[in-house]
Design a protein around this ligand. Structure first.
Ligand code: FAD
Length: 287
């Protein structure tokens, strides 16, 4: 019998630890992911989530990875992007997940990769449209994405706050984009509370192991990649172990600050590797 916990109930019971995985793109990636899932499931996280590609290629494997997670005795949450999907397609996906025993969803609109032309326009314009449809179809716990430093497409800070307030108010919880300074998280949560939005905001942490990859993602997301962290990583040169140690230390320090700031949960972006996620969770006393 798969675990049936709802994330809103888990958050009500206390601080959560969770891990995020990317849908694999090839058989090699799938094998590595299966090993990683087994190792991190042993830490008994509150839940593990699996991304869903907005652009086609990585859409397929998400349900099978979620099924595997449930089989490991861990609550599994699929991400679902509604961009370029029809309402019928989304209903079909929700029903397939319900049959599997899924009780949680990260509802996203998603961005098509730059220059994508072959994907058809769908029936949804925002993540809140998907939240509304999922509420009609299920009694699940539904999360949304949050961007503590502001979304790069927002036309102004006021527009950004309004967009986030509407999205968070519709959801049971939010998970943030990765960031490196705790003050962005604290400011974001305080802004939402000032707007009367008290939806729990789980902080997303990315250990910065891959210097160039993180730099690219940070630039795309509008995330500040602090010079002091970059300088430490660059000083380690090609020494992979030293870089991993620095990334683990930096993520642990941020995690400590976020726990002290009262985050209801920490969500570690694993990039499908069990280390350094496992060490960070242990350092923080969450495993
Ligand atoms: P919405 O917030 O509804 O945004 C819809 C559109 O409005 C966006 O495309 C953008 O153009 C614009 N917009 C977004 N935010 C704002 C704002 N604050 N102010 C003004 N305009 C705005 N992407 C994937 O493809 N697959 C995944 O599995 C996935 N998982 C994610 C998990 C997390 C925890 C996070 C934080 C992000 C994830 N993303 C994923 C990326 C996410 O879909 C994009 O960051 C997206 O731009 C955020 O919007 P949304 O999907 O919540 O949809």
């Amino acid at each position: 019998m798969p675990p049936m916990a709802k994330i809103a109930d888990l958050l009500a019971q206390g601080r959560t630890l969770s891990f995020e995985f990317s849908a694999p793109r090839d058989p090699e990636g799938e094998q590595r992911l299966m090993r990683t899932l087994g190792r991190l499931a042993a830490l008994k996280p509150a839940f593990m989530s699996v991304t869903y590609g907005a652009g086609g290629s990585s859409r397929g494997p998400t349900p099978e990875v979620v099924r595997h997670i449930l089989g490991l005795g861990v609550t599994g949450m699929p991400h679902l992007t509604c961009v370029s999907h029809t309402r019928e397609e989304i209903r079909g996906l929700l029903d397939a997940y319900a049959e599997m025993g899924v009780q949680n969803l990260l509802a996203l609109h998603g961005d098509l990769p730059e220059g994508t032309t072959e994907m058809p326009a769908g029936h949804f314009t925002r993540a809140v449209d998907l939240v509304a449809l999922a509420r009609l179809r299920t009694d699940w716990s539904i999360g949304v994405a949050a961007h503590p430093e502001g979304h790069p497409k927002a036309s102004s800070p006021a527009d950004d706050i309004e967009h986030h307030a509407q999205k968070l108010a519709a959801a049971d919880f939010a998970i943030t984009q990765f960031f490196f300074r705790a003050e962005y998280y604290e400011r974001f949560v305080a802004t939402m509370v000032a707007r009367g939005v008290r939806t729990p905001v789980i902080a997303g942490i990315m250990p910065p192991t891959n210097i160039e990859g993180i730099g690219r993602m940070a630039a795309l997301n509008g995330t500040e990649y602090p010079r002091e962290i970059l300088a430490r990583l660059e000083a380690a040169g090609d020494d992979v172990d030293a870089r991993r140690e620095i990334a683990t230390e930096e993520a642990t320090r941020l995690g400590e600050q976020l726990l002290a700031a009262g985050t209801p949960g920490l969500h570690i972006y694993t990039m499908n590797f069990s280390e350094p996620a496992r060490t960070i969770a242990r350092n923080l006393g969450l495993a």
